[in-house]
Design a protein around this ligand. Structure first.
Ligand code: ADP
Length: 400
């Protein structure tokens, strides 16, 4: 079989019932294969696999992640590629929580794996799922170096004033309660791309990065170093998201437990899966929300206003925190594609040096671009995120 993926990296993002993967060449940025297995361990599981221009879809029983990886290997074999012998340089695994143990991409050894298990209580929905991906791949590709790239790493040195909650210090220390921040791979990649695009070193500029996808977070980055971010101990805090509340009065938890007789699990599901835009208007796809707003739908308009208000609150806070802002950068599904969100979130900020050019903002493109006017003191950019590429680069750097 041919070694047609030599030197490339398999990037794996394992969720509780899904497995996203990509094979890409970190040097040329070429995506060689891309796929998604869904409903793993459930009824109706399926896989979508794309390799060098050919797409295959199969409805097939996938009892666990190992079965999903085995099927991926089989689909490559059908294309004449023996993945184990193909010269993969590394496997890069997205791992959500690195706790206070992992501050950078790390080669996965037995000790590292045990530590990821130990800190899983910090992210009970995410880290165990990431581990199933790690175990499934290492069983099938034992000789390829595997690297964990942590979503929290970029934010692991937040200063004390943004890292701490005003909580009893002993309780916080005992249970590792602090603000960790997430989406770090994206905030780091996008802020570096934005600086490069503007012709500066990241250390020379201050940026506000708005990662607006289904999950959403903002960060204030001073001279390349994160100063603040909206997600905290868990990815629930901060902006209004597709299905998550973002910031919410913790007293609501006590109220629901006492008055609605809801269990902690019920409230967890309510806040993480049944809230945000979906909770407000029954919909978390931003395209549909914008269409409904155009059609005069009240619930969708209300949801949009709540979303926008939270976003503007953080933009304002981060402008004050940074003092001098050189760039505001939009990324992820909504940030890259929804021009009205970009325009509305920065409307009326001209007196603070933020001047959007509406024609530039309306342009659709997959490339990094400036959407502010040439004389806007603050540059406003759209920079497509590419977490897979960032993970692949980190994985080869660690694996050597
Ligand atoms: P995640 O990775 O968090 O699942 P994405 O970054 O893929 O999310 O973003 C998904 C969101 O982007 C969805 O709400 C989707 O509706 C929105 N989106 C994608 N394309 C567009 C578009 N053309 N206009 C508006 N919103 C869009």
């Amino acid at each position: 079989m041919s070694a047609v993926i030599e030197g490339s990296v398999l990037v794996v993002n394992a969720g509780s019932s899904s497995l996203k993967y990509q094979v890409l060449d970190p040097a040329t940025e070429e995506v060689i294969a891309d796929g998604l297995a869904e409903r793993i361990g459930e009824q109706g599981s399926s896989i979508k696999h794309w390799y060098r221009g050919t797409e295959v879809r199969r409805e097939v029983a996938l009892p666990d992640h190992e079965a999903a990886i085995a099927l991926v290997v089989e689909l490559f074999a059908e294309e004449g590629v023996d993945v184990a012998e193909s010269g993969l340089a590394a496997v890069g695994h997205r791992v959500v929580h690195g706790g206070r143990s992992f501050f950078e991409p790390t080669l996965i050894t037995e000790r590292v794996r045990s530590e990821i298990v130990r800190i899983s209580s910090l992210a009970p929905l995410h880290n165990p799922a990431n581990l199933t991906g790690i175990d499934a791949v290492s069983a099938l590709l034992p000789d390829v170096p595997a690297v964990a790239v942590f979503d929290t790493a970029f934010f692991s040195h937040l200063p004390d004033e943004t890292a701490h909650y005003a909580l009893d210090a002993e309780v916080a220390a005992k249970y590792a309660i602090r603000r960790y921040g997430f989406h770090g791979t994206s905030h780091e990649y996008v802020s570096q791309r934005a600086a490069e695009f503007l012709g500066h070193a990241p250390s020379d500029i201050n940026q506000i990065v708005l990662h607006l996808g289904n999950g959403a977070s903002a960060s204030a980055i001073r001279g390349g170093v994160p100063f603040d971010t909206t997600m905290g101990m868990t990815p629930l805090e901060g902006l209004v998201m597709g299905t998550r509340t973002g910031d919410i009065d913790a007293g609501i938890v006590f109220h629901l437990a006492r008055v609605a007789d809801m269990s902690i699990e019920d409230i967890d599901v309510l806040f993480n899966k049944r809230s945000g835009l979906k909770g407000l208007c029954g919909e978390n796809d931003f395209r549909a929300i914008l269409e409904r707003i155009d059609a005069g739908d009240e619930a969708a308009t209300q949801a949009y206003l709540v979303y926008l208000h939270r976003l503007r609150r953080y933009i304002g806070a981060y402008m004050i925190e940074l003092g001098r802002v050189d760039a505001i950068v939009f990324t992820a599904g909504v940030g890259e594609n929804a021009a009205p969100v970009r325009a509305d979130s920065l409307a009326g900020l001209e007196r603070y040096g933020v001047v959007i050019d509406s024609e530039r903002n309306a342009v659709r493109s997959d490339e990094p671009r400036v959407i502010s006017t040439d004389d806007s003191p603050v540059a406003v950019l759209v920079v497509p995120t590419n977490e897979e590429l960032a993970i692949a680069r980190a994985a080869v750097a660690v694996a050597g």
